[in-house]
Ligand binder design. Structure first.
Ligand SMILES: *Cc1c(COP(=O)(O)O)cnc(C)c1O
Length: 391
């Protein structure tokens, strides 16, 4: 089956007694067993029968199975948020005295998780330029437990060479962990690019319409013991499994992901091209524009689309605030890849709790507006942005 078909027709784990065409929501905490032997099998991970919904639930498993079919991963675990997926995976891989090699350029909460939360448990994060492979090599040492990156950083829109990073990771026998939220996994094969563990905030493209918060850890089975430890230790002890209602909504989202994404990415390219003609906009950053510095690398790694996130640079911070205030159609909101177009000033919001010097290190400029392009007609999105930038 092709991906479009798999997204719709992945089979249920068990036949539904009523032939329901949408996976029912199993809103229950626990499951009954016919006898002691089957109970033991389930609790000791020797059978697939669910025992307790902190660890496994039929509606969530169905969602995980669809992602598994689409990515051909060994193991997929759904979490209560993208941050839960990231924190669970990195806690699973690290230990006191270990370090993670990563970049200054990343999602604000991931940055804070690494540099504040994990740092308190004596896990160091070495921040370097992941687009400079020599610098990466110099930072990896015998205590490095993984290389961690975002495939298109937000809001800098930087793309690192995954093949080069994977080669370094392989040489040191550590996993390459990639947050691939920016481009859906239906577009490219992360495993082929050398990614060992893929992490997705399913709140974004996948949920469709921004209905719910969720995250995924997609494990390609190349990091020994990881999948087992995630299931037998992290889910049990940290308790951040996805809830069945969210899995139901995100399963519906997943069924239309490919169609929505292609339209949003098409809109983003058209919008980026048109925004370049607006004199008040100093610069348009979008990896799908052929003269973008990351265009070729992005096309080679992720295929012909450039995602649905772009940034525009205005004259100064004040212009950005007036722009935000004048928007009529485009929503003033965080989140990415909603059906609606969204705009935000990252420096004062998502990164609002960082110091000036941290923002400078992270290359988060206060002249930048991030736009997540939705499914509306491009004419309407363009018209609203155009009127909002006018003095
Ligand atoms: C939103 C986002 C996250 C966090 O996901 P939540 O679902 O909001 O917890 C992590 N990484 C990236 C790249 C994101 O855009």
């Amino acid at each position: 089956m092709k991906k479009e078909t798999k997204a719709i027709h992945t089979a249920y784990q068990e036949n539904d007694p009523y032939g329901a065409l949408a996976m029912p929501v199993y809103h229950c905490a626990a499951y009954e067993f016919p006898n002691a032997a089957e109970m033991i099998e389930s609790f000791c991970n020797r059978s697939n029968k669910p025992d307790y919904s902190r660890v496994t639930n039929p509606t969530v498993i169905y969602f995980e199975n669809k992602v598994k079919a689409l990515t051909e991963a060994d193991n997929v675990i759904a979490f209560s948020s993208g941050m839960a997926a990231i924190s669970n995976a990195l806690i699973c891989l690290s230990a006191a005295g270990k370090n993670i090699v990563s970049s200054q350029h990343m999602f604000g909460n991931t940055y804070a998780f690494l540099n504040s939360t994990l740092a308190r448990f004596n896990v160091e994060t070495k921040l370097c330029d992941l687009t400079n492979i020599d610098e990466v090599e110099k930072n990896v040492d015998e205590n490095t437990c993984c290389i961690y990156l975002e495939i298109v950083t937000n809001p800098q829109l930087e793309v690192a060479d995954l093949g080069q990073l994977a080669a370094v990771a392989k040489r040191f026998n550590i996993p390459l962990v990639a947050d691939t939220t920016a481009i859906p996994f239906t577009e490219f094969e992360a495993k082929k690019l050398g990614v060992d563990i893929e992490i997705v905030s399913s709140t974004k493209y996948l949920s469709g319409g921004g209905t719910s918060i969720g995250g995924l850890v997609i494990d390609y089975g190349t990091c020994p013991g990881f999948g087992k430890r995630m299931k037998q230790e992290m889910l049990l002890n940290l308790g951040a499994y996805m809830t069945p209602h969210v899995a139901y909504m995100q399963t519906l989202g997943l069924e239309t992901l490919d169609a929505r994404y292609r339209m949003q990415a098409g809109n983003a390219l058209e919008l980026a091209t048109r925004l370049r003609t607006v004199p008040e906009i100093c610069h348009v950053n979008y990896i799908g524009l052929p003269d973008n510095p990351y265009y070729e690398l992005s096309q080679r790694q992720f295929g012909p689309t450039g995602g649905a996130m772009l940034t525009i640079e205005l004259a100064d911070k004040e212009s950005c605030f007036s722009f935000i205030n004048r928007l009529k159609l485009v929503k003033r909101a965080t989140n990415l890849f909603d059906n609606r177009t969204l705009a935000i000033h990252p420096a004062s919001t998502i990164f609002g709790n960082f110091t000036e010097s941290q923002l400078q290190d992270m290359d988060v400029s206060d002249r930048i507006i991030r736009i997540s392009v939705g499914l509306e007609a491009v004419d309407d999105i363009f018209e609203d942005i155009q009127q909002a930038v006018k003095k």
